[in-house]
Design a protein around this ligand. Structure first.
Ligand SMILES: Cc1cc2nc3c(=O)[nH]c(=O)nc-3n(C[C@H](O)[C@H](O)[C@H](O)COP(=O)(O)O)c2cc1C
Length: 204
């Protein structure tokens, strides 16, 4: 073998070694960080709580999702900051979200200082509502929750029905029926899916 052939062979071996070590299938896969979905609700008589549980079931159905379910008064700043997505549910009180849910949002500014520092920006947001009447404020309630999220630069995701998930709970349709439960599950599932796509990137 002359010197030129020798150098050529050494060069080929070197390239092969580099390719082997960089493309080896034995390389450890990157650990996948869980997507954290916080579900927050106010409920005086249990309807919105039942919807919240169904939203949680839907989110849990997406593998790699960590779900935290809390009442509005139990939420600390860290619950919000550490979440990738926040889904908020309210009963309709006089055509709007309840005072407890409004106070929860006001505290993003007054108590937690999240708004001033844009700490909620680019997190995924979703909303759901329950109301006694077919048409007496569920859509307004969902829209005002979404409005508070938009002001905080969140990315809104709907699910379930046209204006996201909701349930009618008054005398003509008491409690939460199967269709309303399925809508709530769909909302949780969609929010978890979109939050995962934003956090980890998507090939879709
Ligand atoms: C103070 C108050 C105001 C309400 N106002 C409305 C209303 O404007 N429209 C409506 O559809 N239901 C209204 N409701 C009924 C509740 O929204 C409904 O019963 C809801 O499902 C209660 O949710 P919860 O069981 O989670 O507390 C009102 C209830 C209360 C206590």
């Amino acid at each position: 073998m002359n010197q030129r052939e020798f150098h050529k062979k050494v060069g080929i071996s070197w390239v092969a070694a580099v390719l082997f070590f960089t493309c080896s299938p034995t390389q450890a896969a990157e650990p996948v960080a869980p997507v954290s979905v916080l579900i927050v609700y106010h409920s005086a008589s249990g309807n919105t709580e039942k919807m919240a549980q169904a939203v949680a079931e839907g989110a849990k159905a997406i593998s790699g999702t960590k779900v935290v379910l809390k009442r509005v008064g139990e939420v600390a700043a860290d619950d919000l900051v550490s979440s990738d997505a926040v889904i908020v549910g309210s009963p309709v009180y006089f055509g709007n979200m309840s005072g407890e849910v409004k106070t929860f949002f006001d505290n993003w500014n007054l108590k937690f200082r999240l708004s001033q520092e844009r700490r909620m920006a680019n997190k995924v947001g979703g909303a759901f509502a329950t109301g006694a009447s077919i048409s007496s404020g569920k859509e307004v309630t969902v829209l005002t929750i979404i409005g508070a999220m938009l002001v905080n630069q969140m990315i809104i995701v709907s699910g379930g029905g046209g204006f996201s998930a909701s349930a009618t709970t008054g005398p003509t349709s008491p409690g939460i029926d199967e269709k309303e439960m399925a809508e709530a599950q769909d909302l949780g599932k969609r929010v978890a899916e979109i939050a995962a796509a934003i956090k980890r990137g998507s090939s879709k």
